[in-house]
Design a protein around this ligand. Structure first.
Ligand SMILES: C[S@@+](CC[C@H](N)C(=O)[O-])C[C@H]1O[C@@H](n2cnc3c(N)ncnc32)[C@H](O)[C@@H]1O
Length: 207
């Protein structure tokens, strides 16, 4: 795929900035340290979760993302923090890993951007061990009709500006429909964040 100037130079910086606000980093702190064993991070992006991993519980981290530009940023971060991550530059619809090989799948603010999350979740299921967990934190459709109306209105333009991000997906429903059970689901509007992108859902999903 040939990328235009916006996608190559502007979008990676924009995503890195928007995803590193104080409330978003607070969310990362709640879930990332719980990842253990052999980990697959879906949509590692610019590597904003890397500082929150607890490497004493970790055997290996694979970081998957189709964006070369974002993976390069994540590689720099991994090097600065002196941690070893194997990068898979690919979409989650095709994961170049063996079946039943992953203990923890980490997904933060990425199910919004995967063009077909059902296909990706099918592939994620394939690589997960039977007792593996998905740790997730995502933004999505708000429960308040006034907010969700705006989300639906703005969504087509939003996607064009933010790398295909949809602000109106029901992430818990998508996980449930793909056969995952969700434990400890928590939901709230993040503070100091516009409501149209601030309604977060996070928890643990397993098969
Ligand atoms: C909003 S960014 C979030 C990045 C990172 N997960 C974080 O928490 O900061 C969305 C990410 O989804 C990635 N993405 C887009 N399509 C994808 C796909 N098909 N499979 C996996 N990741 C994808 C983008 O490249 C981008 O890194």
């Amino acid at each position: 795929m040939i990328k235009n100037t916006y996608e190559k130079y502007v979008l990676p910086k924009l995503l890195d900035t928007c995803c590193s606000t104080k409330p978003v980093n607070y969310q990362r702190k709640k879930i990332v340290p719980n990842a253990s064993g052999t980990i697959l991070e879906i949509g590692i992006g610019s590597g904003l979760n890397i500082p929150f991993y607890n490497f004493s519980n970790i055997d290996k981290v694979y970081g998957l993302d189709p964006s070369v530009e974002l993976c390069e940023k994540a590689m720099i971060k991994a090097k600065e923090l002196n941690v070893n991550i194997d990068f898979l530059i690919n979409g989650a619809e095709e994961i170049k890993l063996k079946s039943n090989s992953i203990d923890t799948v980490l997904i933060t603010y990425t199910l919004c951007s995967i063009p077909n999350p059902d296909d990706a979740l099918k592939e994620i299921k394939r690589v997960m061990k039977s007792d593996a967990n998905i740790l997730f934190c995502e933004h999505g459709i708000a429960p308040d009709i006034k907010v969700s109306k705006w989300q639906n209105r703005i969504n087509p333009l939003w996607g064009k500006l933010f790398g295909g991000c949809s602000i109106n997906r029901d992430i818990p429903k998508i996980l449930n429909n793909s056969g995952f059970k969700i434990y400890n689901l928590k939901q709230m509007y993040l503070p100091s964040t516009p409501k149209i992108v601030g309604y977060n859902s996070w928890g643990t999903a397993s098969l």
